[in-house]
Ligand binder design. Sequence first.
Ligand code: 2AM
Length: 173
Amino acid sequence: MRLFIAIQLNEEMRNLLGDIQDSYRRMAVRGNYTPAENLHLTLAFIGEYDDPDKVLEALEAVSFQPFRISLDRTGCFGDLHWAGIADSPQLENLVKQIRHALADAGIPFDKKRFRAHITFLRRATFPRGAKTPFPGIKTANMLVEEIALMCSTRGKHGMIYTKIGAVEARNVL
Ligand code: 2AM
């Protein structure tokens, strides 16, 4: 199974991402728009791995308190367009812990530098002469209270992401 660890988004974040997608659509940008239910922030990409229980066990070593993240910009990697998360030491720390936990358990993962982004459009093609739309500087935020182990499968109408387990934030007084 194809696994990754992600933060699932609240309604406020999904709504803003939907508004951003609409502004791209209004510019007649074509491509593969991420359906609202698939929007997420990947923290670590594991890929093909058949022991999700071992991943969940490894993630028990990760400890974090609830923290806020917010969207603050849009950008692209080639024809893949994303919304960026404002700098967050808590998020960086969480990703570091996840990577350590996976490495300690011998679970493979993509070791590319972490760049906190939420992909909302893939394989974008812009109409001739169009500029990348930069919708206002609206922001949205959410409280991160858990990280989810996600499984990705190819459905009839695109990718299906299913949560198969989670680790919750711990409130430490
Ligand atoms: P992306 O949005 O930038 O493609 C499921 O594929 C999730 O894992 C996506 O959020 C994807 O990021 C992310 N991901 C990270 N590294 C990946 C990799 N090497 N291959 C595929 N997906 C990866």
